[in-house]
Design a protein. Structure first.
Lengths: 368, 581
């Protein structure tokens, strides 16, 4: 028995040496195939990469990187079902894995399965991440917010973004990205906070500046928007989106009769110019639609608008607007209807008409 | 028969000169089971590494090897294997299961150590080079051989030496499969054929210890990563039933092919045996050029099938190609096992059936991987004809109890179909081809058990009560034809006496006696109607007959059983022709 025991110890030791030598060899082979797979995947050769990663996996089935890169390669080769089956198996083994849940969430999102995607995103956010879990969770939350925005779940996206903003590191790029998502989720106030935060950290952050301009514009603070956008366009004249928005801001600020610091005369003059501009737009639209506005009985919306304009008393003019503030109110209601109707019949307004539409809508929202 | 004429005679008495004095043979046997498990586990770990390393050297590290390697590796390895098997290790060819059974039933537990070495080298080379065979059967025999060697060295009694080979077999199989329950069940079901506490304990201990050793070195990762399963609709069970039917038919085809081709190849001139493994290797290489999955044990491809990585057409093709390549490999005498190929074929058939069912019944929606898993068990039941093991194997491999219903349905159907078309199980076919007439475990399982009720007759006399007065008792039985009378006391103990003895003491002039006071009254055993007849035969001893008593009321006499009745019943149940195997 003693001899048997000794023999077992020796056999055990020899087996250990053999096994560890073999495992080293396997690891070496696995790394070689993995590197080849990375190279093939990088070169866009997804099929070859799949074979390489599979070869790598036979030497190291426990290495999650190999599995995940194989899944990436399967997805790159459009073999979604295979990737999903593979992921589900991995998930069954590690249901709390952050990365596996994230991959499943992406697959579910791409296949339009919203509820499943939300579940996996949440699993991923609260899941296990082996290295730098904080950064991974923030990144997943950001991706989740982007998904919710795409799903038009603005409330859900905002809730996620608020948590994200509270925990986000002081990184201008990240704050800018959160700000943009807030904008997309319809919360320009919080967006502006993020852009301002980014600008405090990096005053030259053009993207944050442009975002702040857009957020201020959405909030109706055209003066602030103009200030931000002027800086953007000054730094980067090629930024056409910001230049267009700046132009619109300028047009609004120049046409707005309700802007502060205007005296009564200036207000009445602007109102009269805006009214005339809207009338021109109405006539141009009627002409484009082949309708005559000079009819005794209005039969179309455009004719109805023209008839309403004729009924305004006293007749609109710079002087009557100066004398009668109530007329200004009636004229702006008409103006909003005119711009909205012509936009629906003849296409969205541009230039000064677009500025009028913004002013009218903002005034209307303000009065409501 | 290729049994060793020189097998050393085991000591028929329980003498074990090398065991500690404080240890009985039963305790030693259990301790040995653990030690055997450790040795078998270590040997199987080395065996698996030898196979993997062999594969790396011979076929390269890619899952799809280069065409030159695919053609040359199995062919050239086949030549080497043939020389080794013919000249050095003749007992390395054939089924390890049967050779272990041979050790148990014929050779007093003797498995030559050269067989262990031979199996290790030749099977490792064969499987590593891509021959379509599996490592489990050789691992089983390696375990049995090591156990036999240890048992012989410790001079165990003949009874224990016989049983020690299956104990080692279970350890080898458990380590190869990384599945102790499956190994224990398989060895009990197919090798030993009976359950008893002594042997079961040893088999379990050896299997568990070998798996512990195997996991120590190779990790506890299961053979396959199994997809999650849940039964969405009872209608799915019909789909699994269809899989059972297909699996059963495939099992029959596989059996017929191996059972038909193997003896024909064995009958060819001796010089062809040098070429047969090489030619089998070449055929597999040619198949492997298009379908490299058929080469070797193929577990990694089962894993891929489990994850829906093949279309049903490819899965069907792989099943057919694997049946052919395994038939050639095994029939050519190349050492290696049939377990892994069986699982492979079953998996591919399962996947193919699942794929077709997805096409026809898309609303069922179960993952094809589940069909792959159930398919493995189906062929295990249909081809290897181990129904109980097949069910538990799938449960153990999947770790998912919820899959039990589909597995039971599919496996039962496959088993019944296989039995219907092929009466003799594959292991029995192979042992007969090898000239060994081993007991068929399936026949033993299916044998009709004769019971006491089949041989008993009604009693011609009532049972007497021990407290009864002799005179009164005599008046009750004096007209009966029975020569032997039964007496039962209040606690249900039975005794008997001759009617003549009762007559002698039943004289009204003698002092009054009760039956219990008669000196010639002999206590005797009783039997129940459902007892196997074998028990009655052993109990009857010199008694002219035994009382058959009710189980719910042991004072109630149901009938009488005599030695003549027992013998007559055995005679009547004998088959019409000689069945001496």
């Amino acid at each position: 028995m003693l001899f048997l025991g000794l023999l077992a110890v020796v056999f055990f030791a020899l087996t250990g040496v053999l096994v560890s030598a073999f495992h080293r060899h396997q690891d070496h082979e696995g790394r070689l195939w993995f590197a080849r797979g990375e190279s093939d995947l990088g070169a866009g050769q997804a099929q070859a990469a799949i074979d390489d990663f599979r070869n790598a996996l036979q030497f190291s089935r426990g290495d999650p990187r190999y599995h995940l890169r194989l899944i990436d390669a399967l997805l790159a080769a459009q073999r979604t079902e295979e990737a999903r089956a593979y992921l589900l198996t991995l998930w069954a083994q590690q249901p709390a894995s952050g990365i596996i849940n994230l991959q499943l969430a992406r697959l579910a999102a791409s296949s339009g399965n919203s509820s499943e995607a939300r579940r996996y995103f949440n699993n991923s956010i609260y899941g296990v991440w082996e290295d730098d879990p904080m950064a991974h969770r923030l990144a997943v939350r950001l991706e989740f917010a982007q998904f919710l925005v795409r799903e038009h779940d603005d409330a859900g996206a905002q809730a996620d973004l608020i948590t994200l903003a509270a925990n986000a590191p002081r990184d201008p790029a990240l704050l800018t990205q959160i700000g943009r998502l807030f904008l997309q989720a319809g919360n320009p106030n919080r967006a502006l906070e993020q852009f301002h935060g980014a600008l405090r950290l990096d005053p030259k952050a053009a993207s944050a500046e442009a975002g702040a301009g857009l957020a201020s514009f959405r909030l109706g603070d055209y003066r602030d928007a103009q200030r931000h956008l002027q800086r953007v366009v000054h730094e980067d004249p090629a930024d056409s989106a910001s230049a267009d928005l700046l132009q619109l801001c300028t047009a609004i600020l120049e046409a707005d009769p309700f802007a502060p610091n205007l005296n009564a005369r200036q207000r009445a003059d602007r109102c009269w110019q805006d009214y005339q501009r809207a009338g021109q737009r109405l006539r141009a639209c009627a002409q484009q639609a082949g309708e005559s506005l000079d009819v005794p009985q209005a039969k179309t919306e455009l004719q109805g608008l023209a008839a309403r304009a004729r009924l305004l008393r006293p007749r609109p003019s710079a002087a009557s607007f100066l004398r009668d503030p109530d007329l200004m109110q009636g004229a702006w209601e008409w103006l909003l209807d005119a711009e909205s109707t012509t936009a629906a019949r003849c296409g969205p307004p541009t230039g000064a008409d677009q500025a009028l539409w913004y002013i009218a809508r903002r005034r209307h929202e303000g009065s409501q | 028969m290729n049994g060793p004429a020189s097998a050393p005679a085991a000591n028929p008495q329980a003498t074990s000169g090398r065991r500690p004095l404080w240890m009985g043979e039963e305790q030693l046997f259990l301790l040995l089971a653990v030690i055997i498990g450790i040795f078998a586990g270590l040997a199987v770990v080395c065996f698996r590494i030898a196979i993997d390393w062999g594969r790396l050297w011979l076929l390269g590290s890619a899952l799809a090897p280069s065409p030159l390697r695919v053609l040359l590796a199995p062919s050239l390895a086949g030549l080497v294997i043939a020389v080794l098997v013919i000249h050095l290790f003749p007992r390395a060819r054939g089924s390890g299961v049967n050779q272990t059974k041979g050790a148990l039933y014929i050779f007093d537990g003797y498995v030559p150590f050269s067989t262990v070495i031979g199996k290790f080298i030749t099977a490792g080379l064969a499987i590593g080079s891509g021959q379509s065979l599996g490592p489990e059967d050789p691992a089983l025999q390696i375990g049995a051989g090591l156990a036999s060697l240890i048992g012989r060295r410790l001079r165990l009694s003949r009874e224990k030496l016989r049983l020690i080979a299956p104990v080692g077999a279970a350890a080898g199989l458990a380590a190869a499969f990384n599945a102790p329950i499956t190994a224990v069940l398989f060895v009990i079901e197919e090798v030993i054929g009976r359950w008893s506490a002594g042997i079961l304990g040893a088999v379990v201990l050896s299997a568990v210890s070998s798996v512990v050793v195997e996991r120590w070195f190779l990790g506890s990762e299961p053979l396959f990563r199994v997809p999650a399963y849940n039964l969405a609709s009872p209608a799915e069970l019909l789909a699994y039933a269809a899989l059972g039917v297909v699996g059963g038919i495939a099992g029959v085809v596989f059996q017929k092919l191996i059972g038909g081709i193997r003896p024909r190849l064995k009958a060819l001139p001796r010089w062809t045996q040098y070429l047969q493994p090489a030619l089998a290797g070449l055929i597999i290489g040619v198949i492997g050029l298009r379908l490299p999955q058929v080469m070797g044990a193929g577990y990694e491809y089962i894993d891929q099938a489990l994850h829906s990585q093949y279309t049903w057409q490819i899965l069907g093709l792989l099943a057919g190609a694997k049946i052919l390549s395994t038939t050639f490999s095994f029939s050519s005498g190349t050492p290696g096992g049939l377990f892994a190929p069986t699982l492979f074929i079953g998996a591919m058939i399962g996947g193919a059936v699942g794929g077709v069912e997805h096409l026809l019944l898309p609303h069922l929606g179960t993952s094809i991987g589940v069909y792959v898993l159930v398919g493995m068990g189906t062929l295990f039941a249909g081809f290897l004809r181990a129904p109980l093991t097949s069910v538990f194997m799938i449960l153990e491999v999947s770790g998912d109890y919820s899959i039990i219903l589909p597995v039971i349905i599919a496996n039962t159907l496959a088993y019944l179909i296989s039995r219907g078309f092929q009466r003799t199980p594959i292991f029995d076919v192979l042992s007969e081809q090898d000239g060994m007439h081993l007991p068929s475990m399936e026949e033993e399982r299916e044998a009709v058990i004769l019971r006491v009720e089949d041989a008993m007759r009604a009693s011609g006399a009532p049972a007497l009560r021990a407290e009864q007065a002799v005179v009164e008792a005599w008046s009750t039985v004096m007209d009966c034809q029975e020569a032997f009378l039964f007496v039962v006391d209040k606690s249900g103990r039975w005794s008997g006496l001759l009617k003549e003895s009762l007559k002698l003491v039943a004289n009204p002039d003698r002092p009054p006696l009760t039956l219990a006071e008669i000196p010639s009254l002999h206590p005797m055993p009783c039997v129940h109607p459902d007892h196997p007849l074998d028990i009655a035969l052993r109990q009857i001893d010199d008694y002219p007959c035994l009382p058959v008593v009710h189980r719910a009321n042991i004072r109630q006499l149901v009938g009488v059983i005599t030695l003549d009745g027992i013998v007559q019943t055995y005679r009547n149940s004998a088959p019409p022709e000689d069945m001496s195997e």
